[in-house]
Ligand binder design. Sequence first.
Ligand SMILES: O=C(O)CCC(=O)C(=O)O
Ligand SMILES: [Fe+2]
Length: 321
Amino acid sequence: MDSLLFNDAFTRLEAETIAHELKYGSGYHIFEKALSPEAVTALTNIVSRDSLLVNSNNLGYVRAYWTKYLSHTLALSKECYDIITSERIRGICRDFFDSPFKISNQRIYETHTRSHLPWHTDNNLQAGNAYNGKHDLPGIMFLFYLSDVSDTNPFQLIADSYKWSEQNTERFFSDKFIEQNYKDDIVTVRAPKGSLIICNTHLIHRAEPFNRPGFKRLTYLFQIDEISTQHEGHGEKILLNPAFVSETSPEILTYLGFGSKAEYPAFPETSVSTMLPNDIVSLQKDILPKAVKGLAFSFARRIIPGSIVNAIRKKIHKGSI
Ligand SMILES: O=C(O)CCC(=O)C(=O)O
Ligand SMILES: [Fe+2]
């Protein structure tokens, strides 16, 4: 299965060497074109085919300002499930962690036009949606580019910074602090789609801020953390399609979060108020005809006997109206 998802060179790479780099080396590893073109296409398609969720009983994407998020990748995509549970990824985890580990979050997101995500680490605790300090559990963040990334909005990291990042207990590091002290340690990842960036979660990183109308970057990210009774409930609630699960060893079930509490809501918190005016207008265009249809039905139900309404509905479903 791994061979269909990943390119051959990535399949041969030593998990132990990567884990060592994350834990004792510079804290990151970059692998260009780790995903096969077919896997990149499959992941790209799951974002484009779904429509925005409005009173929908299905899973899909949401919008938060200039970013579109699809949070429940393990429920929606067999390819995502296969990547997360692949021997490649779990092999790196096995060599990195000394204790059991599990998935803390996962999402595909598309950022467009502008963004300013400040320098930060990913060893965060939450109380509900709110930031609630840093933890010292070991963790790994896996980030796949699903778009070619060059000068606009590349992922940036500070080599070695996992060794000292705990000095700061605030959520973010200021641009000025990094610029003045660690400018020379910044690594900027310009790489083609399918590339994988693996980071120790204590490593300082960001997406370089940008403001460029028309630009889009699609990304797949997930994070694996050590399980600790000290931080019960750590991690986002995971929705999983059981049809994807072929292997049910204790290791994989623990890894997927079976039996562990996970109390954070899916990221980010959204509502109609996090949509941009343009998105609200296109949403109205989409829902207005449906709303008119709904109102017409509601009116018809009041004046026409139920049996006739049902007969009309049946015809509509069959496509004869
Ligand atoms: O998209 C990126 O380049 C970084 C995202 C990130 O660091 C995060 O979501 O925590
Ligand atoms: Fe991050």
